[in-house]
Design a protein around this ligand. Structure first.
Ligand SMILES: Nc1nc2c(ncn2[C@@H]2O[C@H](COP(=O)(O)OP(=O)(O)OP(=O)(O)O)[C@@H](O)[C@H]2O)c(=O)[nH]1
Ligand SMILES: [Mg+2]
Length: 178
């Protein structure tokens, strides 16, 4: 094993409101801790996972952040060091789309994000649920184009996902290879 592997490994910040499905999503592709010699610890505000996609040699380190209100400020600690940001929105949680939009807007305007040319992937999750918000309505509710105009350095992507059959998740990680 390459002793410097951890240095080269891409880092992904996984954030979004609580209950949007971040931890469920990352666990779909995580390397089980007993398959490596590494020990990753979890805290109240962050769960650290190593992810490997099917058919890919590369592994990614994922900072799976808590989306609870009191922990959201901690997302910014990692803005300087990550290679991509995945922002998960719960497509069944119509009542909190405005809050999600505010969080995204704060992120796009954050000084530590300005100038970073990395993918920002918005995952509209739980689209397996019949009543979930469709892609066009979600983009519109999030004011996707307006937010994008606040930060053209970021590479903005919008992908529908669900953790039932893991659809959309591989597409999100593929944005890291661009
Ligand atoms: N139907 C459906 N349920 C999902 C999906 N993804 C996650 N869930 C459910 O949503 C709930 C919340 O998922 P979590 O993964 O714990 O959410 P989280 O974003 O990590 O939440 P915090 O850690 O509190 O920020 C769980 O009951 C999951 O089973 C999905 O794609 N479809
Ligand atoms: Mg979680």
């Amino acid at each position: 094993m390459d002793p410097n592997n951890h240095v080269k490994m891409r880092k992904v910040l996984l954030c979004g409101l609580d209950f949007s499905g971040k931890t469920t999503l990352v666990k779909k592709f995580r390397i089980q801790p007993n398959e490596t010699n590494e020990f990753f610890t979890s805290t109240a505000f962050m769960n650290l996972e190593k992810v490997k996609l099917p058919g890919k040699a590369e592994t990614c380190l994922v900072y799976d952040m808590s989306g609870q209100g009191r922990h959201r400020a901690s997302w910014a600690f990692f803005y300087p060091e990550v290679d991509a940001i995945f922002f998960v929105v719960d497509a069944t949680d119509r009542a909190r789309i405005d809050i999600a939009r505010e969080c995204l807007s704060d992120m796009a305007r954050h000084p530590a994000i300005k100038g970073k040319r990395i993918p920002l992937v918005i995952l509209s999750n739980k689209t397996d649920v019949d009543e979930s918000v469709d892609a066009n309505s979600m983009r519109s509710a999030l004011q996707f184009e307006r937010l994008k105009s606040e930060n053209f350095d970021l590479e903005w992507w919008f992908i529908e996902s669900n953790c039932k059959d893991a659809s959309g998740i591989e597409a999100a990680f593929a944005k890291l290879e661009k």
